[in-house]
Design a protein around this ligand. Structure first.
Ligand code: MG
Length: 397
């Protein structure tokens, strides 16, 4: 088997929402297709994935560096031991050829889009859903299971109000979600506390509401918010300070008894190891949110998990950032703690497909082969455009 063509398109996110730090109006996502010479039902077997949402597409890095390296590689050098599927680690090493260690920025998302497409491809070759394929590859139980899910939203809108926020969360509850996350730090503390109060009227209990500051605060602000939030018993307090300010996180963990969540902006196993070494996180309380789509894909995510587990963290403390189909399969396949969803936000990538059911706060992945991205209606036009004429098997990047 060989890859005959790699295609990439940068797709804009829809909407005008913002968190405490960024507006998503300019954000894009790289949608990638690995087209092979294998055929199923008359069509080339094609691996599809994307880097995660809430960042930017990586067309330049993919087209100038990574896709040419992949297409130039000896096809046999990319094969797994079974000689019929691709080895994700070999593909990752190939696209990373001549890249120095460290400096894990945008290239981590570019590599992830390709590496995750390999998992989609391999699952399709095995004619099984990605979660089952991932579970087998990582030695986890293969029983499909509902995954705990929470609805992430509560962004700041140009015309915002606590009534709008309450209506938004009520809408998520009507869809079957029972836990929620909203943004903080985009307003003053008093205003944020009013937003949290409104959200609690829907969540019913602090244990079902998390808040996310998106790395906005300095130490003084992080501690002030921590003291105001502590009596509310919230599910977690996410990214209070700069993601790399481990000392801030450590100091907050000393002062704040509730759970702290962080890690979505750490893109490598080495960074995750430093996080658990130096950021004061408490193994049985805090939450880790590294995201395979931002961090070189599942191969590197597996290395992160090994570091976390060696430091005493159970994988059930992991809730990867990015509420979309790929991470749903990752969470189910790796028996992680749960995942987020962005119902109605971050289209066409956010949320799940009609093949997935959300019920009583749990989401069950569908059983279609791969990640099932083809079943997500909002993605369909973009996939059709990306794959148009793919049966001709031209080699291009
Ligand atoms: Mg976050």
């Amino acid at each position: 088997m060989r890859i005959v063509e790699v295609r990439e398109v940068s797709v804009p996110l829809e909407g005008t929402v913002a968190n405490a730090v960024v507006s998503f109006a300019e954000h894009t996502v790289s949608l990638v297709a690995l087209i092979t010479d294998r055929k199923q039902r008359g069509k080339p077997v094609t691996g599809i994935a994307f880097n995660s949402i809430g960042r930017f597409g990586q067309s330049g890095i993919l087209r100038e560096r990574m896709i040419p390296r992949l297409l130039a590689a000896d096809p046999d050098s990319l094969l797994a031991a079974d000689a019929i599927s691709l080895d994700p680690a070999r593909v990752l090493a190939t696209v990373m050829r001549n890249e120095k260690p460290g400096g894990h920025g945008d290239r981590a998302g570019a590599a992830a889009a390709i590496e995750l497409a390999v998992w989609d491809l391999n699952a399709k070759l095995a004619d099984e859903p990605a979660h089952a394929h991932i579970a087998r590859a990582f030695g986890q139980p293969q029983t499909p299971r509902p995954v705990p899910v929470y609805a992430a939203g509560g962004y700041y809108y140009p015309d915002d109000s606590v009534e709008r926020l309450r209506d938004e969360l009520d809408g998520y509850r009507a869809l079957g979600f029972e836990a929620f996350k909203i943004k903080i730090g985009g307003a003053l503390l008093d205003e944020d506390l009013r937003r949290i109060d409104a959200a609690l009227t829907v969540a019913g209990d602090g244990a079902r509401l998390a808040v996310d500051a998106n790395g906005r605060f300095d130490l003084e602000q992080a501690l002030a918010y921590g003291q105001a939030l502590a009596p509310l018993g919230l599910r977690w307090y996410e990214e209070p300070g700069d993601p790399l300010d481990f000392e801030l996180n450590r100091a907050l963990c000393v002062d704040y008894d509730g759970a702290v969540a962080t890690g979505e902006n750490l893109f490598s196993a080495a960074d995750a190891r430093n996080l658990v070494r130096y950021a004061g996180l408490r193994a049985h309380r805090d939450v880790l949110q590294m995201d395979p789509g931002l961090s070189y894909g599942l191969t590197e995510y597996g290395r992160m998990l090994a570091h976390l587990e060696a430091a005493g963290f159970h994988r059930s403390r992991c809730f990867p950032h990015g509420g979309h189909l790929i991470n749903l399969h990752v969470v189910a396949g790796l028996s992680l703690g749960g995942c987020e969803a962005y119902p109605g936000v971050f289209q066409p990538f956010g949320g799940y497909s009609p093949r997935c059911t959300v019920e009583a706060g749990m989401v069950t992945p569908g059983d279609e082969p791969g990640f099932g991205l083809e079943w997500k209606e909002e993605l369909r036009p973009h996939l059709d455009g990306l794959l148009q004429g793919a049966t001709r098997g031209r080699v291009r990047s």
